[in-house]
Design a protein around this ligand. Structure first.
Ligand code: SAM
Length: 229
């Protein structure tokens, strides 16, 4: 089974022996990989749709790990058993992940670790986390094809709210030492440049706000390539 670099990066934040809950498991490959490599001791696989969940069940049978996996048709963490160490939420939009966390207030203050990888609205997710009792403890980057994906490890502990610019490039990411950081920073700035260009000529307050934000993101220090984080 060939796992993408994005999903391998998620697995990289799992601690040996963890009981893992994979929310939005789809094919189930993350949980299956974690069991086949002996990294996870058990896996709760959940999905909001029955077709992917059935596919995960079949894959678990195929790879001989069915006895260590349990399957739940569920919206986020609703109705799931809580006897796990870490939650993986990958391949969803940042707003979907926020809505999943909002409806699981019992996570806060617990010893759970969250491994989050979102496909969109990353600043929204980082802002939500830093203002709602979570800490981004580690963040790294993975590249598949032409896409670069941030992957976060999050603790259920309160932290200082991130500034708007830090929601684009978190301190954890800037200190990650990832060789993909300069490329990712350029992509983030490229996205902001496009937004600013789209607003230029409007002369509005929004243009000024985005231009200032773009410049503050550009001014965030990142270690030199190859240097110490
Ligand atoms: C794009 S797939 C990602 C699958 C896998 N996690 C990955 O990263 O490759 C998103 C999966 O999340 C499921 N999903 C979306 N919203 C969900 C929710 N609120 N609760 C549980 N699963 C959800 C979808 O049905 C789909 O199978």
């Amino acid at each position: 089974m060939n796992l993408s670099n994005r999903l391998l990066a998620c697995c990289g934040f799992v601690n040996p022996g963890d009981r893992v809950a994979d929310i939005g498991c789809d094919h189930g490959y993350v949980g299956i990989h974690l069991l086949l490599t002996g990294k996870a001791s058990s896996v709760i696989a959940s999905d909001i749709h029955s077709d992917p969940l059935n596919c995960a069940r079949r894959n678990a049978e195929k790879y001989g790990v069915r006895s260590k996996m349990s399957f739940y048709l569920s919206d986020g963490l609703l109705g799931l058993p809580r006897d796990f160490d870490c939650v993986i939420c990958a391949g969803m939009g940042g707003d979907t992940i926020v809505s999943i966390l909002e409806r699981a207030p019992w996570l806060k203050g617990g010893s759970y670790r969250l491994i989050l990888q979102c496909q969109s609205k990353r600043p929204l997710l980082r802002s939500y986390l830093s203002r709602n009792g979570f800490t981004i403890s580690r963040e790294t980057l993975a590249k598949d094809g032409r896409f670069v994906y941030p992957v976060m490890e999050v603790l259920c502990l309160p932290s200082q709210p991130l500034s708007p610019e830090e929601c684009f490039l978190s301190p954890a990411l800037r200190n990650s030492g990832s060789p993909l950081l300069p490329e990712f920073r350029d992509r983030v700035l490229g996205g902001l440049d496009k937004t600013v260009a789209g607003l230029s000529g409007t002369g509005g307050e929004k243009y000024e706000t985005y231009l200032a934000l773009r410049n503050r993101v550009a001014a965030l220090p990142i270690p030199e390539e190859g240097g110490n984080p």
